[in-house]
Design a protein around this ligand. Sequence first.
Ligand SMILES: [Fe+2]
Ligand SMILES: [Fe+2]
Length: 314
Amino acid sequence: MDETALQRDFDATIDADDRIEPRDWMPDAYRQTLIRQIAQHAHSEIIGMQPEGNWITRAPSLKRKAILMAKVQDEAGHGLYLYSAAETLGVSRDELLDKLHTGRQRYSSIFNYPTITWADMGAIGWLVDGAAIMNQVPLCRCSYGPYARAMIRICKEESFHQRQGFELLLTLSNGTAEQKAMAQDAVNRWWWPSLMMFGPPDSESTHSEQSMRWGIKRFSNDELRQRFVDASVPQAEILGLTLPDPQLRFNSETGHYEYGDIDWSEFKRILAGDGPCNAQRMAHRVKAHTDGAWVREAAAAYADKRAAREEGAA
Ligand SMILES: [Fe+2]
Ligand SMILES: [Fe+2]
């Protein structure tokens, strides 16, 4: 088939809301967009292990430690599903990690903020994983099959992450005055960065329109952000905590909560590398990769040995 016919088949699949699979022809720009998005997503999962991994040894009880360990391990798993999904598009995991380590691909800027107190484990679960779910549930219907299928499992695990964070904050909020203040302080610090996780406003979002047409993106940044605000306000009331936005109010005409201006200069500054933890996160990641080289080499040597043995037997 010539390129026009292939393009026509691709467009028909997208229009019918069917899935594109790795064996199918796809326009190069679609492939490159997916590689960039899935890689950035995978990088965010594994870098996201660091702010919370930091607290595993200091969890206040055996139960909290077990929950936190399970959550951090889940994030490693999410990274693996997503790197595997990216590999179906013709890139290798080595290549993607190299791009991360040399600053040619990004991860979510939220993970460049420090985790200062134990309550941050609650605020991250409730708000950061909560925002991630809002972003990710529509991706379960993404037009690219392997990405959509990875997201179904990831979303189930993210909902556990969100609930454990909410429950942690609820416990602190109903604890001593000091514990409640710690929970409030964590929410104050994580609220605005969580709103930034939905990306720049629609008016400035460069890739959005094409991604919508390709069925990669289903809702705009601002739509998803609004959903998140609408869901979070009543939850904050149950927690007995306030959200740090004096302009937050319910608009009975639109049925939505209005919120104050987001400081996009902070977002851009952190994205450009000048956040409180950018350098620390990257240094830690590169060191973990270097320290793990012998494991990858041993696994590859074992696979070779096995293949040779099987060949001999055949
Ligand atoms: Fe995750
Ligand atoms: Fe998560």
